[in-house]
Design a protein around this ligand. Sequence first.
Ligand code: GLN
Length: 478
Amino acid sequence: MELYELNLHFLLEGLKAKKFSASEIFQSCKRRIDECEGNIHAFITRTDDKEPQTENADGILAGIPTVLKDNLCTKGIRTTAASKILGNWRPPYDATAWKYLREAGAVLMGKVNMDEFAMGNTCGNSAFGPTYNPNDITRVPGGSSGGSAAAVSAGYVPFALGSDTGGSIRQPASFCGVQGLKPTYGMVSRYGLISYGSSLDQIGPFARTVRDLQIIMSVIAKHDPMDSSCFREKNPDFSHKDKVSIKGKRVALVKEFQDFTLDAPIADAMTRTRKILEDEGAIIVEVSLPVVARYAVACYYALAMSEAHTNLERYDGVRYGYTVTDASGVKEMFERVRSYGFGSEVKSRIIAGTCLTEPSRCDEYYVAATKVRTLIAQEFTRAFGETDFILQPVTPSLPSKIGEVDDDEMKGYETDLYTLPVNLAGLPGLSFFTGYAGNLPVGLQLIGPRWSDPELLNAGLILEAHLGTPKIANGGKN
Ligand code: GLN
């Protein structure tokens, strides 16, 4: 077995027992990247040309390689959000989540691909070209954090960070066959995350086991005075316990989702997972989320686009990256920079967001969406009075073929139905691996109330003990 195949907690154990060195882990991961990257194209920027030195040889992640989604700021290292508009921008500071990892000893292999400004669910809306699913390179890895999921799945690194505004950690985790956690809003500092929809964005980890997610959460889920939405109380307890139980806990299925069509392997996974939960002593119940089922998609896109159009106003050719020097005036400069710098999906969302918040329509659209959001949050609060967790799909279908575009753009948005309500309500959501349908992994989602992230991961451990952990994807090698 090669070192790159080892999951994070085995690497940490092996390092502690001096079975191998951090340098050997780095070499093994780098060889794996060199071997597969021509097929996968997960990276935007590689930083592994020479062996990175750990900052903390005694840290819990000393010498462990990782990659970051390219919307996380890295001091002095190009950060693009997969857009031309940022050019070769090098941030003057680190995102706090990366700072915490660095201080724990982790080393950076590079910055990875995503949909431009995190808008999309295929990793195909990138100015740097698409990433390919390491389990089947004819298919999408999911998005927007497709590069992070692909890198962990192909064995480039044992863990990675991504961000999730409406599903961008959970959906690629499920498509690539890894475990991914979208933490409670405020659990991980967003300082240094390039904003998309600030009230929805959240940074979270990918790894190949739930236990590894616990390790990463114990490092990154810490208060940060630089993010006023970050929790202030004492740090949550993500320590691993060998004995956890779900006996007597209620796990709900959503009544309104029962009639929706799912690909057969996803429906099968729901049945199998339900059975596992029952065998473990959980009580299966039903909750009703009528507002979520009917309005969440429209509500999310109205809010996400409105916030995005405001957040992206700062890219004007003056402060960041790409600019033109021969414009006849400011208006022409803005027009040329933004027309060339942004890709078409980003531009259409900026235009939609401008319309949704334009003074004569704002009440009817943006303000109405904020009210629906409140109803959705209340609906979840009520549901979590009747259940401890909610079990549901991540997506209705398995990953599509690369380049397969649906003429109906709304359909792409609607596939986010199972993930985006979690962001609207600020909840934690775990995307967990359930097995394979042929060579394609199948993931499902477990959702908990706000701040239940440690319990959610404990429940994930129980599921993982039955469902198994994913194998390293072949990375397009055969
Ligand atoms: N697919 C959703 C969108 O395009 C979610 C993306 C995300 O979570 N960043 O907005």
